[in-house]
Design a binder for this molecule. Sequence first.
Ligand code: PEP
Length: 252
Amino acid sequence: MRTPIIAGNWKMNKTVDDACDLVSKLRESLAPYSTVERVVCPPATSLLPVSAILDESPIGLGAQNMHWEEKGAYTGELSPAMVKEFCGYVILGHSERREYFAETDQTVNKKVKAALNIGLTPIFCIGETLEQNEAGKTEEVLTRQIKFGLEGLSEEEAAKIVVAYEPIWAIGTGKAATSEDANNVIGGAVRGNLKKLFGNTVAESIRILYGGSVKPGNAVEYFGMSDIDGALVGGAALKVDDFTAIVKAAAG
Ligand code: PEP
């Protein structure tokens, strides 16, 4: 049995005051759903104050990105140790980072290794564009992202990651993948490639999330699927009621 995870990616939203307000409310509203691993990923400026609010709460905290180097002349970046001071998780390789900040499978791979080295759980994001999807290249793209993004990981390390399959055409568009399609891709190309690289037992133990326009109205469909172990949620993670409803749907 894989424990479901619902992680909220707040992206570049919420000042410190707003973030503290939202997380204080979530701390209460998410409390009943202890069968679900609940994670919030606010902007970097709010990690410290939000970590204080979540102190002794089971809700996990994640960063949205980090650098792989330990320290040095990397203006604007956060090191693994800086993230680890407050967080247990880090989102890596989000499609917005790949698209707007030139992240590649190779840099994402360095980040995944750095996260594991310091004891952070990487939420490793993969997904195809609309063009690639329409050209029938989804499997090819995911195979490449998994192969190079997770290159060099031991089976033991691979067992610690969380994968988020996020078709880019579904992110923030309101055009979600159907639960059947998402489950077919996750059970096929995603878990299939993990099996090839790390063996059946490890691949079966890795949590794989769906991400892309998950809302209270469609969440329950995904969580009934055999290979979908939760969701990475963007827009709906910014509203207490919506995020809580999604967590509730995952709790069954
Ligand atoms: C995301 O940013 O990871 C995401 C899935 O966004 P949204 O839920 O808004 O589509």
